[in-house]
Design a protein around this ligand. Sequence first.
Ligand code: SF4
Length: 520
Amino acid sequence: MRLRDEFNALYQDEDFRKFYPTRGQPGLAPWRLSLVTVFQFLEHLSDRQAADAVRGRIDWKYALGLELTDPGFHFSVLTEFRARLMAGQAEHLLLDTMLERFKGRDLVKARGKQRTDSTHVLAAVHDLHLLELVAETLRATLNDLAAIVPEWIRAIAQPVWFERYGHRIEDYRLPKSQEKRQALALEIGADGFRLLDALDAPTAPAETGKVPMVQTLRDVWRVHYARDDGQPRWRAGTELPPVGERLQSPYDPEMHYSTKRQIEWSGYKVHVTETCDDDAAHLVTHVMTCPAMQPDMASTADIHTCLANKGLLPAEHFVDAGYVDAALLVGSQRDHGISLEGPVRAVARRPSEAQQAYEQRHFTIDWEREQVTCPQGKTSVTWRAGLDDAGAPRICAIFSRTDCGACAVRALCTSAKEARRSVYFHPRPQYEALNKARARMNDPAWIERYHIRAGIEGTLSQGVRAFGMRRSRYIGLAKTGLQQVCTAAALNASRVVHWLAGTPRAKTRVTRFAALAQAA
Ligand code: SF4
């Protein structure tokens, strides 16, 4: 209700006009559906519960500007509304429109401090082990084909298929011994190849090409089976592609398996960015949902671009080490004027002679002359700019065979068989940015300032515990992304109401035992 009082029109029909036909009026005002969606995620309700709340709750009616006698709408309207947003590729509209209104009230502004972290999102469908995956993929394909070309599928199906794929494949129904499971896997492999051969034959009905599950079957079989002399076999671990190309379930081909520290999950990953200035409400400015196995670093530049498009770039962006590398330190400052505030990874040390070994930091670089001087006072003879294995720019300086061959401390410098030392380092801007970032990590003032990053953990916790951020309600990356945007909008609505009411922000909770240490 407070939100309605403060932001009479948080959303307007104009914001959604392009998603509706130009002729006639939409049955239900899009601004109301937007608000219902935000309230739905605010209270962690299903579509059906949200529609019931519109019909029966006085606070919702007030906030939506409805008469007490208003009959509301069928819950499927909410699905249709989300489908319109998805079709218009406007998944971010609910959050971005809200932020625009908040900007108008100075509740959120650019060039302050922001912080980002990610958390895992469990997929809506459950993970399958390999035997379940192949069997369930074949079963799902047969089901989809049976709905479109029943006579054709009846003609090619083997009698045993009706028993083998007639019901859901679940682990407790599968054989227990390894030998029987292996034999079953090969039979399923042969069944799949038989179906794929029939689909590839010129006599296959054209409609079969339009069944998405057929492509899923092709992908699963390509990854997990090979055919030697016409006989199927499991592919060996060394033949498997990266985890990003492997499916975990035929029912959500975009979910992937990943691990982070001790956590293993199948699903997605969401990056949450929020403002963190002391004198303003802490509001989520961006959420980005991505494949589970994608490293955090791959999202840093995209997050900055999205914040720039919203006119909400921070001056300082606090992140953990996963979001920072030399190129991002330079690129953030150069492209957006952002100081990327995060620790950088330490330089890898040679395991042996760790104390005395000559590392990159012991060499002096003369950028103008393009020369490097070693701790023994020798200068490099070659300076070569190139790319590392990941395609990032690197410079390689090489010392002379004569100098290194005669060097008394060569064992401390290089273990390479070739009797000369090579030193690899970033181009100058990245090198200097990296050194500066490493130096600040030892500065107590910076360490104190960096504590502000930890607050994002509380936001993620709030999103998970109060708004259902951890588990996807929907199938697929785009729909999961839409859910996370709705969650962020709900979180912002809750925070703005508390901010305007003057409710103090919650402090980090500590256990009673830990509190004793603080009090001492
Ligand atoms: S091995 Fe070569 S580069 Fe290393 S300290 Fe000796 S002379 Fe210098």
